[in-house]
Design a binder for this molecule. Structure first.
Ligand code: SAM
Length: 346
């Protein structure tokens, strides 16, 4: 498995937790390890995406170093995302080295969000690295809709990946973006399938991130409407259950399974935001829905000591905004932020 020898450069420094101006402790870091993906979901990416040259990317060692600084400063949950994280070469080395923070107890959870296409190859190694739960993004069970939505994806590969993950003992949560006229009639079937396999399903409202060809307003399906429709067929019992992310859960009495709702558009959840996002070039976004960002690559590379990068992180957290301000309507053609979701990941 991976080489876990990593130079620790900051043990001697005090380890004050990161707290933003609104008294929110930053305990959750999402790290996009590549902007590349083997799918081109129509709501996520444009068809002719331009990807970063490899030389701009942080190395796996640099990613490990940055994650370790955040963990020393109080991050307890780390999610690896992308682009598609499992298409980054040698990515299992990063999971292998980061797993030492699970062993030490510094990190409560190491997890990933994936489209599942490469999961069949990696599921056992992920479980061996201490990963217990993963999110698989899957919006439809129809091979034809899947192909259209992803522009060329093969649903069978994803289903094989989910099988492999469950066989490896990983708890799988399915994330589905609710899309008007695309999967809106399929949501009950997707839910019954997920719950039938012991998987939670979380529905997500589409967000106005990045220029894409279809108009967002034609994709947007409010989850308030989805929930109202579901209550005509199912009994939804509100739950206190939280996973550290923004989803609110209900238990579906008829299936016994959990259903989550992530509602960045219809119900803003920023008051409890504990997250920041790091891109594969070392840019830190303090809010998914705002442009402000901090470069951590330069201070990381400028010194063998972690001092400069820790100071840059502190300065960034000190300007974490109160929240995002997404709007999707016919008058607003511009996205809320210019970057695609594949830059910062989900
Ligand atoms: N490739 C991985 C995957 O498919 O899960 C990780 C990255 S992907 C960008 C993360 C999640 O963001 C996926 O569940 C995807 O469906 C979701 N997503 C992408 N663009 C979105 C948008 N504009 N609004 C809401 N969710 C989006």
């Amino acid at each position: 498995m991976a080489d876990t020898t990593v130079l620790d450069r900051g043990e001697a420094r005090p380890t004050l937790p990161l707290v933003d101006p609104f008294a929110r402790a930053i305990t959750y870091l999402r790290v996009s390890v590549t902007d590349r993906c083997d799918l081109r979901c129509v709501y996520c990416m444009a068809e002719d995406m331009h990807f970063l040259p490899k030389r701009d990317l942080l190395t796996l060692e640099e990613l490990d170093r940055l994650c370790s600084v955040f963990i020393r400063r109080g991050v307890r949950k780390l999610r690896i995302t992308g682009g598609e994280p499992l298409v980054r070469r040698d990515i299992m080395r990063l999971f292998g080295s980061l797993s030492r923070h699970l062993d030490s107890g510094a990190l409560e959870e190491l997890t990933l969000t994936t489209n599942g296409t490469q999961l069949a190859r990696h599921a056992r190694d992920l479980a061996a690295c201490g990963i217990r739960r993963i999110n698989v993004s899957l919006d439809t069970l129809s091979p034809a809709t899947f192909r259209t939505l992803t522009r060329w994806g093969d649903l069978d590969k994803v289903l094989a990946g989910i099988d492999a993950a469950q066989e490896a003992g990983l708890a799988v949560k399915i994330n589905a973006v609710a899309l008007k006229g695309v999967n809106e009639n399929e949501i009950p079937a997707l839910m019954e399938w997920a719950h039938g396999r012991g998987m939670d399903l979380t529905l997500i409202e589409v967000m106005p991130l990045g220029e894409i060809e279809p108009a967002r307003v034609d994709q947007f399906l409010p989850l308030s409407l989805v929930k109202a429709r579901l209550t005509e067929r199912y009994t939804l019992d509100e739950l206190d259950y939280r996973t550290g992310g923004p989803a609110r859960y209900v238990r579906v009495r008829e299936t016994g399974g959990r259903l989550g709702f992530i509602t960045p558009m219809t119900h803003n959840f920023c008051e409890s935001c504990n997250r920041v996002r790091l891109t594969c070039t070392g840019t830190l976004y303090m809010c998914l829905g705002q442009e402000d960002a901090a470069d951590l690559r330069a201070p990381l590379r400028a010194s063998m000591s972690d001092g400069p990068v820790e100071e840059a992180i502190e300065r960034a957290i000190a300007r974490k905004p109160r929240g995002h301000d997404f709007v999707i309507d016919r008058r607003r053609r511009q996205p809320a932020v210019g970057r695609h979701m594949s830059v910062t990941g989900g």
